[in-house]
Design a protein around this ligand. Structure first.
Ligand SMILES: *[C@@H]1O[C@H](CO)[C@@H](O)[C@H](O)[C@H]1NC(C)=O
Ligand SMILES: *[C@@H]1O[C@H](CO)[C@@H](O)[C@H](O)[C@H]1NC(C)=O
Ligand SMILES: *[C@@H]1O[C@H](CO)[C@@H](O)[C@H](O)[C@H]1NC(C)=O
Length: 244
């Protein structure tokens, strides 16, 4: 009798041991730390290649949820596009600072950081996007030149569904900060967006052709619109916006 009880105990602790020693099991997100893909938080070397590699592996991970993790540190990034569709829900955690190039013409796309064609994306972590816009604001002549060259916005989401940004800071974009285009069922919460009051065209959140969005508990103070709503947008719920 006693030995049978002991045997059961042993078996159950064996199962426990096996479960604990298995790195990936269903329900648990697999973490893709950008450092394992060659990222350097030294504020100097470009991390676009490392971030894209980590994203691509996380996005194609087929055994469950995946998480891309950017640790504390200053990660210089010239420009990057994270493209889906992904196999599963994906979380993008930014703990550190992402630093844009000072030269605005180094960025050859409309947003410095762009997510497109992704569903079930969560961007979080409380990290900082630093657009280093002070170097390009003097070049902005859009108030007198209708053909002015547009500069990159800090971060964009295009054709993204059932997703959320929760906890992120964005400062000193070259032009606007957040650009949402053709997103659906998308929430923005716990976000802080700032740029000096006299910085040109530094809109906070720009929304076009999007639907079913909730924006709440956000803090915005920029040189232009806090939230700009463009055509084709419906079912937008905005509350608890603090202006600083
Ligand atoms: C996203 O979530 C929805 C609803 O839970 C699910 O039907 C869909 O398959 C998910 N897509 C991805 C890519 O995870
Ligand atoms: C957005 O927020 C609303 C209200 O809290 C919630 O019902 C909905 O599930 C959220 N959607 C996403 C995609 O997080
Ligand atoms: C609102 O957002 C801030 C971050 O800006 C966060 O610290 C706080 O917990 C949030 N409050 C609620 C009620 O979610």
């Amino acid at each position: 009798m006693a030995s049978r009880v002991l045997l059961i105990l042993c078996l159950s602790s064996l199962f426990f041991f096996l479960a604990a020693s298995t790195k990936e099991y269903p329900g648990q997100a697999k973490i893709f730390d950008v450092r394992n893909y060659g990222a350097h938080g030294d504020g100097r070397r470009d991390n676009a290649f490392a971030f894209t590699k980590a994203w691509n592996e996380a996005c194609q991970w087929s055994n469950g949820r995946s998480t891309v993790y950017i640790p504390p540190g200053i990660f210089y990034l010239r420009q990057v596009t994270f493209t889906g569709p992904c196999k599963n829900p994906i979380t993008f955690i930014i703990r550190g600072t992402l630093l844009a190039p000072r030269n605005p013409y180094a960025i050859k796309q409309d947003e410095w950081i762009l997510f497109k064609y992704v569903d079930n994306l969560t961007v979080t972590g409380g990290g900082l996007l630093d657009g280093q816009g002070s170097y390009s604001w003097p070049l902005n002549d859009c108030n007198k030149n209708t053909n002015c060259r547009t500069l990159a916005m800090n971060i964009g989401f295009a054709f993204v569904k059932s997703s959320r940004i929760n906890g992120l800071r964005s400062i000193n974009s070259k032009m606007g900060h957040f650009n949402l285009f053709s997103v659906e069922d998308f929430n923005i919460t716990g976000v802080t967006i700032t740029a000096p009051g006299d910085s040109p065209n530094t809109d906070g959140i720009k929304i076009g052709k999007s639907s079913h969005m909730h924006i709440f508990n956000v803090t915005i103070g920029t040189g232009d619109d806090c939230i700009a709503i463009l055509d084709g947008t419906s079912n937008l719920d905005i509350s608890d916006v603090r202006y600083i």
